[in-house]
Design a protein around this ligand. Sequence first.
Ligand SMILES: [Zn+2]
Ligand SMILES: [Zn+2]
Length: 126
Amino acid sequence: MPRLATKIGALLFCPDCGTLLNLPQENEAEVKCEQCGHKEPASSYENIEIITRSHPDAFPSALAQKRKTQTKVHESDDALLRVTELCPQCGHTEAFSKEMQLRSADEGSTIFYTCVKCKFGWRVNN
Ligand SMILES: [Zn+2]
Ligand SMILES: [Zn+2]
């Protein structure tokens, strides 16, 4: 079974390399990761709409945890933060970041970075 993209808000990140995936073009069945060639079915994006529109509490524990641990950062849940972070690929110093709480608090959280310039994606485990 193929791995599906990591969903953060309305954004999809490549499950293999963490790169922010583009939105599918009209009539396109899948989206190809520019970084590693992973192919994400366009249906993944449809699932996002269902989750965000009719199930706002789809990830209640993750959000609750995030509010507890991230009081210093006040951004909306689906906004990407623009941070100063060195891109390992092109050396650019600006990247979008998004922290995602994994299954349980014990496992910590993962910060996803996507280079502003070359769109290279990587992740850092806390
Ligand atoms: Zn990829
Ligand atoms: Zn870069």
